[in-house]
Design a protein around this ligand. Structure first.
Ligand code: BYC
Ligand code: FE
Ligand code: FE
Length: 473
């Protein structure tokens, strides 16, 4: 089960060869996917050999193989973690029932919607990042960008497999539509807010992979609990790949901060071509708040339905000792709610309706650890400045805080106060222009790094830092 069949046109461990109809349908989708990749994937590097990892097994150890490949030849495939024939549903209204191997008719529409929403983010991120290669700070970083991109492409395959296999004709139509929407397009945008925001430079890319890919981690973890077994198994394996995306972001911002701290000792980091810590903070504020919105509203009937239907659990719902009970009935969640004059009251929500906020809590806690590690870098470099997460009420566009204004500390503001101060908290056009002015060309000599970022302590997969991570043709 662990081994993946690479003999077939679509590598898989789901015995695709024994389901000719499905195989043909996916083989018909495949060229459309490649067309999308050539049009919307990394621009200018499709003929180059990139040192990429490819999944060769779904076992915990040794699941990946590394080697130079051209991105269009990457073996995108369908990989699910092994099935447990005895698996039972462990939360929601269907607790105790056998996990579903088919879509329960009553949940067909909402389940399809969850899968489509998940699937939509994957190609969206590739679209957002498609020009970044042209301004890469090093070959090492270029390779990491492409690794993230091909794996987001594979995550799209993961969702398209579920749509084709379990949702018949409407699934096939949704799979086509996933290749038709475009990030940021006015007529046909991607579904969720953050995935239509421009990601114009590498500081945004590192913040995106830290904060937005980390939303992915928590959404995938919630779906990995699902009573719909194929969804649980496919998201489980996606999480294995996801860890590297967050590593790229986390270490990327960390290396920027390290360089900024070193430069500050010599003078004004701006004069020395580095990014001031205060400017990094603004991008943290931006991408963290955009990513908080991805969890949806604090009070959500959709979230209550998803949990009640046993389709989407809490973070690590099945882990021993994590939750006292798993129906989430007869329990509440307290939420601070503001009116337009800044008065606030505590609203007590039924716990099921607060499931988006419960998942957001787990996410916030994880992000706090990331911030701590960045501050350790600043401290070690002898810099007195620190970075922080803004309050979860800051700069929100979904949920009970949208349409209201708060400081990064969470204090309520009148709209005119916000207007007067927002440029101190969020990147201005001048900030963006400055960051972009540091990144005007690709640095591609092995072992060389742009001035605004420190080299990593080690290379990928045991390779040296000056390894030929990308071979140009
Ligand atoms: N932008 O009840 P509400 C990843 C909509 S990232 C725009 O508050 P719900 C990745 C919502 O759809 C993980 N619209 O929210 C990362 C609803 O619309 P309708 C992606 C939004 O439904 C980096 C309305 O507002 N996976 O993998 O409970 C690189 C009211 O909704 C937004 C998933 O998201 C928004 N931010 O929760 C690559 C998992 N937020 O019904 C990949 C699947 C809400 O009025 N998705 N709305 O038309 C879900 O579970 C849920 O759809 C959400 C929203 C958690 C996103
Ligand atoms: Fe992904
Ligand atoms: Fe990712």
């Amino acid at each position: 089960m662990g081994t993946i069949n690479y003999q077939e046109r679509i590598p898989n461990n789901v015995d695709l060869g024994n389901d000719r109809r499905l195989q043909r349908a996916l083989e018909a989708w495949q060229p459309n996917y490649i067309d999308w990749w050539m049009e919307m994937g990394p621009e200018g590097f499709q003929q180059d050999d990139v040192y990429l990892r490819t999944a060769v097994s779904v076992d915990r150890d040794g699941w990946a193989h590394f080697g130079h490949v051209k991105m269009p030849d990457y073996r995108w495939g369908i990989f699910l973690t092994p099935s447990d024939p005895d698996r039972a549903i462990h939360f929601g209204d269907h607790m105790g029932e056998k996990a579903w191997q088919k879509v329960p008719g009553e949940y067909r529409n909402i389940l399809r919607r969850i899968i489509v929403t998940q699937g939509d983010t994957e190609p969206a991120s590739v679209e957002q990042q498609r020009l970044l290669g042209q301004t890469c700070p090093s070959l090492y970083d270029l390779r990491n960008l492409f690794q993230v991109n091909v794996e987001e492409g594979r995550h799209l395959w993961a969702m398209v497999y579920l749509l084709h296999r379990y949702f018949g004709r409407d699934g096939r139509e949704e799979a086509e539509a996933l290749l038709e929407r475009r990030s940021g397009d006015v007529d046909s945008p991607r579904i969720l807010g953050a995935f239509n925001e421009p990601c114009e430079h590498w500081l945004s890319f590192f913040c995106f992979t830290t904060f937005t890919d980390r939303d992915g981690k928590y959404q995938l973890r919630a779906l990995a609990e699902s009573g719909f077994d194929p969804l649980a198994r496919t998201t489980n394996f996606m999480l294995t790949e996801e860890a590297h995306h967050m590593f790229v972001g986390h270490t990327g911002v960390g290396r920027v901060l390290k360089k900024s701290a070193e430069m500050m000792k010599q003078g004004d980091p701006r004069k020395l071509g580095a990014i001031p810590v205060e400017m990094v903070q603004k991008y943290i504020n931006l991408w963290y708040s955009l990513s908080l919105d991805l969890f949806g509203g604090e009070d959500s009937s959709n979230a209550a339905t998803f949990f009640g239907a046993s389709l989407k659990g809490r973070d690590q719902e099945g882990k021993d000792g994590k939750y006292d009970e798993h129906t989430a009935l007869g329990q509440t969640y307290d939420l601070a709610v503001f009116d337009k004059d800044g008065n606030h009251v505590i609203e007590t929500l039924p716990l099921r309706r607060a499931m988006n906020e419960v998942l957001r809590d787990a996410y916030v806690e994880d992000c706090e650890k990331v911030i701590k590690s960045w501050n350790r870098i600043l401290e070690k470099a002898g810099c007195d400045l620190r970075v922080s997460l803004p309050h979860r009420r800051f700069h929100r566009h979904q949920g009970v805080y949208s349409g209201l204004y708060f400081t990064p500390e969470g204090e309520w503001l009148r709209p005119e106060q916000w207007q007067a101060r927002k440029h101190t908290w969020l990147p201005t056009p001048e900030d963006s222009a400055y960051v972009k002015s540091l990144m005007t060309k690709a640095i591609v000599a092995p072992g060389q790094f742009a001035d605004w970022i420190a080299p990593p302590p080690r290379g990928i997969n045991g390779q040296p830092i000056d390894f030929d991570y990308v071979d140009f043709h």
